[in-house]
Design a protein around this ligand. Structure first.
Ligand SMILES: C[S@@+](CC[C@H](N)C(=O)[O-])C[C@H]1O[C@@H](n2cnc3c(N)ncnc32)[C@H](O)[C@@H]1O
Length: 138
């Protein structure tokens, strides 16, 4: 299935954003605003991410899918906090590549990073124990 004009525009906008180098100044701002520096691109705070992890009952052995993850927020953070396994998905490759690098640096259990629109996800039913998305407008 081809992607819509909206999807193409979103992919182009966010690809550019995720290809931009992150500075220590940006990370300082992120720490002050949301409480941690995980390359977030939205307004979800650490407190809200923690609550989300509790609601979907993340724990070691559980498999989490983070849709529209950008560069891995909050999926990677929740994998670190709870010990769960994470799969990341979004449309721009640049964000997923950065997320994978961060996952490796943090030695997290990241099963995959999949380029896909949330409108047509390539996963079989019941592949995940929990599915989240933050600040994603499809
Ligand atoms: C504001 S960013 C939020 C990123 C991350 N979840 C966060 O909270 O930092 C929105 C993300 O949603 C993704 N997105 C928008 N429409 C999408 C769609 N149809 N399918 C998958 N991802 C989509 C964008 O590519 C972008 O990475």
């Amino acid at each position: 299935m081809g992607s819509s004009k909206d999807e193409q525009r979103t992919r182009a906008d966010f690809s550019q954003r995720y290809a931009t180098e992150r500075t220590t100044a940006l990370e300082d701002i992120e720490r002050r605003v949301i409480g941690a520096a995980w390359a977030a691109n939205g307004f979800t705070t650490v407190r809200q991410a923690n609550r989300l992890g509790e609601i979907v009952e993340l724990a070691p052995g559980k498999h989490l899918l983070d849709i529209g993850t950008g560069q891995g927020w909050p999926g990677l953070y929740l994998a670190k906090r709870t010990g769960c396994r994470a799969t990341l998905t979004d449309m721009p490759l640049e964000g997923l590549a950065a997320g994978l690098r961060r996952g490796q640096r943090e030695r997290l259990d990241v099963t995959g990073a999949v380029v896909a629109s949330a409108k047509a996800l390539p996963f079989a039913p019941e592949s995940f124990d929990a599915i989240i998305h933050t600040d994603v407008l499809c």
